[in-house]
Design a protein around this ligand. Structure first.
Ligand code: SF4
Ligand code: SF4
Length: 396
């Protein structure tokens, strides 16, 4: 138990409260224990031996989305994510280990989706006493139905299709072959058309964020070590991610010698899409910026990229900041997620938009499921899928 770290990091909090207006769970509950400052005080009290790790304390910590919005507002630079990860590793764990294990492994994901489709269709899903299992089955079945579960074979390297400017590595993550395949193909197409060779080392693994945030630090460290060996000392201009949840976690790994960049932000940095032959899109496009893209500090570049999409009318979705997807929250804490996604769906319903772009697969899934439940015919895609679609039309 690392109480020294917990006490030291929690002591950095001066209790100023500047983070409170930025915290989605505090905005929902208006309860100090649902705020960053309150959660830090709970950890501090428990680490000092003044508080018991009872159900109430654990629930307040579990409700935290780890969206990192509080970190951006904190004048004392409290490393809130590290504090909460360490606290969850030291306290009794509330998320079963098998959950991140299943989600972080492509083979197990595919088996889960096939089983889920059968279980949900036959009604067997309701037989399971665990709410987490029932929720996992319904989400896995929905992904199966959306039809994004078709894994394609990826090559280890794609050559640039114009004059070579450099080489990047693409992080496909654990969900890469499951929910992000179209985004991966789009990124390869645009990066290679922009003069970059794209390397996709097959030894890469899940980033480890799900394990770390659920308190399983040893497994997170194992995954981190494999990814470090995979990506260091290779002279990549950037390690490109298509899911900012992975990106923000990878960016904090000491020793990675390539900058971790969101795919859209990198393309904007190397000159954007203006020189690409794109047809006009003529649509209203809603944009949802994930908390994790803000944590990476790359929101402006993605917005600038989308502004250069010819004929696009842009609408930024606001809500309470976070969509409530937040990694395992989507499965383990659906009630908070439903409250957080509702204003976004209301804004969408009142708009002309029939497509949403976002840079994180968890947010995309959360928005897709909520839109479907609300009866909205809206598709949710990665920004690069839209760009690639316009590029394909030009070529075709
Ligand atoms: S990480 Fe997000 S939900 Fe958690 S305390 Fe900070 S702002 Fe609130
Ligand atoms: S902004 Fe930072 S120092 Fe102030 S209360 Fe929040 S976590 Fe503590």
């Amino acid at each position: 138990m690392n109480t020294d770290f917990l006490i030291k990091e929690a002591d950095r909090c001066v209790k100023c409260g500047l983070c409170l207006p930025h915290c989605p769970t505090y905005q929902l509950a208006r309860d100090e224990a649902e705020s960053p400052r309150g959660r830090i005080a709970l950890v501090q009290g428990w680490a000092a031996g003044d508080l018991q790790a009872d159900g109430s304390l654990l629930a307040h910590l579990d409700h935290c989305l780890l969206c990192r919005r509080c970190e951006g507002a904190c004048p004392s630079a409290v490393n809130y994510t590290a504090l909460m990860d360490a606290a969850r590793a030291s306290l009794p764990r509330t998320t079963p280990r098998w959950l991140p294990d299943v989600l972080a492994d492509r083979g197990r994901q595919r088996i889960a989706m096939k089983l889920a489709a059968v279980a949900v269709k036959s009604g067997m899903q309701t037989w399971f006493p665990s709410a987490i299992v029932r929720r996992l089955l319904s989400i896995a079945a929905a992904i199966h139905e959306i039809g994004s579960a078709s894994p394609a074979t990826l090559k280890n390297r794609y050559a640039a299709t114009t004059t070579l400017k450099g080489e990047v590595a693409l992080f496909t993550g654990c969900m890469g072959g499951t929910v992000d395949m179209a985004a991966i193909e789009a990124a390869i197409m645009i990066l290679t058309a922009s003069g970059y060779a794209v390397s996709i080392p097959p030894s890469q693994q899940c980033c480890g964020a799900m394990h770390a945030h659920a308190g399983y630090q040893q497994r997170a460290a194992e995954l981190k070590s494999i990814n470090l060996t995979t990506f260091v000392n290779k002279s990549y201009e950037a390690l490109i991610t298509l899911s900012s949840g992975c990106g923000s976690y990878l960016a904090d790994i000491p020793g990675l010698d390539s900058p971790v960049m969101d795919a859209g932000a990198f393309i904007q940095q190397i000159g954007g899409i203006r020189s690409l032959p794109l047809t006009e899109i003529r649509r209203t496009i809603a944009i949802f910026f994930p908390c994790t893209l803000a944590a990476m500090g790359q929101q402006k570049q993605v917005m600038a990229l989308l502004h250069d999409l010819p004929g696009a009318e842009l609408l930024e979705l606001q809500g309470l900041g976070c969509c409530g997807g937040a990694g395992l929250h989507l499965i383990a804490q659906p009630h908070t997620g439903e409250q957080l996604v509702r204003p976004l769906i209301d804004q969408l319903a009142a708009s002309q938009a029939n497509i949403v772009v976002t840079t994180n697969s968890g947010c995309a899934l959360q928005l897709q499921l909520a839109a479907k439940k609300a009866g909205l015919g809206i598709s949710v895609v990665h920004p690069l899928e839209l760009v690639a679609e316009q590029l394909v039309k030009t070529k075709g």
